[in-house]
Design a binder for this molecule. Structure first.
Ligand SMILES: [Fe+2]
Length: 390
């Protein structure tokens, strides 16, 4: 049995006005200090004021939110007892909101003990809204939560299907001022999530459609949004692409680009989208070399995007080339070396990188599951930018 989870998606100009339709008394906003400083939180609280809904802001979410921060949020939400929780910001803030809302009903739960198969019934107390200020993680459409165990420098993937937000609001006013670097990093996450969701062994014809459109739109509109942040159409299309990619991989699974990228990001503290985008072409080559099924799916994507040439293999190669071209256009690193990591230090960390990648479920949801030796080779090739030919 499979399920497809999806929030009510509110999108386009003036989407924030949807808040005026909410039924409720108290909203707890989970965000970060920068979002407050930029005035984006005020755009939300102005709507809440007009809707006669009281609000409180918890703005202590840091990038890669720690378990301790979630516990602090749990204490604050316990005192406030809202009937709405709003995750406002990038993936970190939206993920944190999903974890904190569970502490509303289970205040003593250690956040890393959240179990996917358990039922928390937090909707008995409050509903969940997500308002993204980046176009990338798709967290506004997924149940996934990524937290950081700072003690062991590990990213932890958590969540239950309950954590899919009830409502996702995509108002272009929230992303128009996003800096180019964040536009590029988060946009590469869209591409990686959509491609990996499309070829995931947990994917299906139900999840395929949103992924395909997300890839096509990102190829067209991500460079435009990067080069001209004021391009409102490009911003809107990237908001749509991000949530479509979220629906696709969130209802299937990401793949090797994510498990290897997570490993690099966990050790070297590089933004998520940048690392997964970096590893995407290498891991695609690896899958193509061992799986005709995945090669055929890459070719389908290439045909849909109008970049196919010849048979499946050539078309899949054209897709990999397109991703490398896009990365160049966005000034993203094409190799680990480009990230400024020293070779000796990197080589010494390969066993740790391999171990982390092997412990990710996303390593197991692809058509060619790598062993230790293959992962070592993938990590080594990615340092110098060598193609994966095995
Ligand atoms: Fe991602």
């Amino acid at each position: 049995m499979w399920t497809f989870s999806c929030p009510i998606i509110v999108y386009g100009d003036n989407s924030l006005e949807y808040i005026l339709q909410l039924q409720g008394k108290k909203a707890f906003i989970v965000t970060d200090k920068n979002i407050v400083k930029l005035g984006l939180a005020k755009l939300v609280t102005d709507q809440l004021d007009e809707a006669n809904i009281e609000w409180e802001i918890f703005d202590e979410i840091e990038p890669e939110p720690s378990l301790n921060t979630i516990k602090k949020g749990g204490v604050a939400i316990g005192k406030y007892q809202p009937d709405w929780v709003i995750g406002l910001g990038g993936g970190s803030c939206m993920d944190a909101a999903k974890a904190i809302i569970i502490l509303l009903v289970q205040p003593d739960l250690e956040p890393d003990c959240l179990v996917a198969s358990d039922t928390y019934n937090f909707r008995d107390k409050a509903r969940l809204m997500a308002i993204p200020t980046t176009s990338g993680t798709g967290s506004e459409a997924t149940w996934a939560i990524v937290l950081t165990d700072t003690e062991n420098q590990r990213k932890i993937g958590l969540g239950t299907s309950e954590c899919t937000p009830d409502i996702a609001i995509l108002d272009p006013v929230m992303v128009i001022g996003m800096p180019p670097k964040i536009t590029a990093d988060s946009g590469m996450d869209v591409v990686c999530q959509a491609i990996e969701g499309y070829v995931s062994t947990w994917g299906s014809s139900i999840t395929a459609g949103p992924g395909l459109i997300a890839i096509k739109q990102a190829f067209e509109f991500l460079p435009k949004a990067y080069k001209n942040g004021e391009d409102i159409d490009a911003r809107k299309e990237m908001q749509n692409a991000a949530i479509l990619a979220g629906l696709s991989f969130g209802n299937s699974m990401a793949g090797l680009g994510h498990s290897t990228g997570h490993a690099l990001g966990g050790i070297y503290h590089i933004p998520h989208g940048r690392t997964v985008g970096l590893f995407l072409p290498y891991t695609m080559e690896y899958l193509m070399n061992g799986s005709e099924e995945t090669t055929a799916k890459y070719a389908e994507i290439a045909r849909f995007c109008g970049i196919a040439s010849g048979d499946d293999k050539k078309s899949a190669q054209a897709l990999v080339a397109k991703i490398r071209e896009l990365s160049k256009e966005l000034d993203q690193p094409l190799s680990v070396k480009d990230c400024g990591i020293e070779k000796d230090k990197y080589d010494a960390s390969i066993p740790d990188l391999v171990d982390r990648a092997l412990n990710e479920v996303m390593t197991m949801t692809v058509t060619r599951i790598p062993d230790v030796e293959d992962l070592e080779k993938i990590f080594s090739c990615a340092y110098e930018g060598k193609r994966i030919d095995f």
